[in-house]
Design a protein around this ligand. Structure first.
Ligand code: SF4
Length: 329
């Protein structure tokens, strides 16, 4: 029985585990320009601690685990963690920037991973360099194809930013006409150090208007919203793939939220925007029971966005939260 229900009656069965605060890209909306100060190794969960704490969540009712980062594939013991978690009765998924995916494809398939989210914010190599401050565009493209060849469902996460890549909405959607890929447009969200401003995001409304203007609203088919969905999905008539919009800023989907986060330094976070974190790692290392801490943290969960009203920039500025790289999305 799932014991992870909050005061709004939402049941939490989906755990997102950040495996590292390191990344091999430097995306402008995630990583502060100056990088983040790296904490001593002892602050982070070892592979045994990741698996041990995950088992506690599974015992409480978690049945889906997503591995995130930073860049999870950078962890030297990623294979060990993947193998161990694959023994648990959970659906295992991954969010990656795709650069190193070719090195782990066989293991991911062997571990039963059926779906991978790959972050790619542009289809223009030069622009990739500007956004990520690295030049791995071709490698990411090749690894998307490799994942599809291995029959892994690929979802492409695209963070839309005004004046940066908002002119690529249609080119991304065109990818779905001939390929069974899912493009997910993400409204730019505020995190520590990413210079977020309300005007910089491209809203769900603007995205849909752009799509309607180009394809004609009669050719856009809304898809059924799955329980606990994080995106509202659409399909162009006759297309193989589909696109979705993750509108956390203007049209959040918190009513059915089933997500909990475990940070690389072993803190449980009941919402992407919550500044209420509970340290599980210290308790775990002291051989104390961590399940009461997890349940208590969930019971403190706000209904939406950690209680943050994003339409009030002054509140966003004051809101304490981590940088995206130390949460893992
Ligand atoms: S903003 Fe928080 S409550 Fe809303 S869907 Fe995301 S994690 Fe859940």
């Amino acid at each position: 029985m799932n014991q992870l229900s909050d005061t709004f009656g939402r049941t939490h069965n989906y755990l997102r585990i950040s495996l590292t605060e390191k990344c091999n890209l430097r995306c402008t909306y995630c990583m502060p320009e100056e990088g983040i100060p790296l904490k001593p190794k002892a602050h982070f969960m070892t592979s045994d601690e990741v698996v041990g704490i995950a088992k506690e969540f599974v015992a409480l009712g978690t049945d889906k685990i997503r591995l995130t980062g930073g860049e999870p594939l950078l962890r030297k013991d990623f294979s060990e963690i993947l193998y161990q978690l694959a023994q648990l009765p959970v659906e295992l998924t991954l969010t990656t920037n795709g650069v190193l995916l070719d090195r782990f494809m066989e293991e991911l398939v062997a571990a039963g991973v059926k779906s991978i989210n790959i972050s790619l914010d542009t289809l223009i190599p030069e622009r990739f360099k500007t956004i990520t401050r690295r030049s791995d565009f071709d490698r990411v493209q090749k690894n998307i194809e490799l994942a599809q060849k291995n029959e892994i469902r690929v979802k492409i996460n695209v963070v839309l930013m005004r004046g940066v890549n908002d002119d690529e909405i249609i080119p991304f959607i065109r990818q779905t006409l001939s390929s069974d890929v899912e493009i997910r447009f993400i409204e730019f969200m505020p995190f520590e150090g990413n210079n977020w401003e309300w005007e910089k995001k491209i809203s769900e409304k603007e995205i849909l208007q752009t799509v309607f203007n180009h394809f004609g609203s009669e050719n856009i088919q809304p898809q059924n919203i799955a329980p606990n969905a994080t995106a509202r999905e659409y399909k162009i008539k006759g297309a193989k793939g589909k696109f979705g919009i993750i509108s956390t800023v203007t049209h959040p989907f918190c009513d059915t939220c089933n997500r909990i986060r475990l940070t690389a330094d072993g803190k449980v976070k009941n919402c992407l925007f919550s500044s209420q974190e509970t340290d599980l790692l210290s308790a775990y290392r002291n051989k104390e029971l961590i399940t009461p801490l997890i349940i208590q943290n969930i019971m403190q969960k706000e209904h939406s966005r950690g209680g943050l009203d994003m339409s009030k920039p002054e509140l966003v500025q004051l809101h304490e939260n981590r940088s995206m790289i130390t949460i893992g999305g």
